[in-house]
Ligand binder design. Structure first.
Ligand SMILES: [Zn+2]
Length: 112
């Protein structure tokens, strides 16, 4: 886990999969409802075995077309993972959020 400099908490852990745009909107207090953004689920497989799951938080308009038709996105190979990184890279560059702030935001939305 990387570190981020939070205005409230100082140096803090970072939730990496929050898009830059969504991060800004959360900071401004503009995102108050699950309808205001999207959660993209990504599942990593080794053959049929699930290796791990990630959640990507982003604005609705940032959700790639591919992800609208298939959510969760299933990753089987390195190639799939590269494709995902290309698909999402520009939205998440410079994104991420303080882990403590993000937790309280999630709780506020009652998303757990
Ligand atoms: Zn914080």
């Amino acid at each position: 886990m990387g570190l981020i400099l939070c205005g409230k908490h100082g140096q803090s852990g970072v939730v990496p999969f929050v898009s830059k745009k969504l991060s800004n909107e959360i900071s401004l207090g503009n995102i108050v409802n699950i309808k205001d953004f999207s959660i993209l689920h990504v599942i990593f497989y080794d053959d049929d075995e699930i290796l791990g799951k990630d959640k990507y938080y982003l604005m609705k308009e940032e959700l790639p077309q591919e992800a609208i038709t298939s959510n969760p996105i299933k990753i089987y190979t390195d190639e799939d993972e590269n494709k995902l990184n290309i698909l999402l890279g520009s939205s998440f560059l410079g994104g991420g959020y303080c882990v403590i702030c993000f937790e309280s935001w999630i709780q506020l939305l009652n998303l757990k």
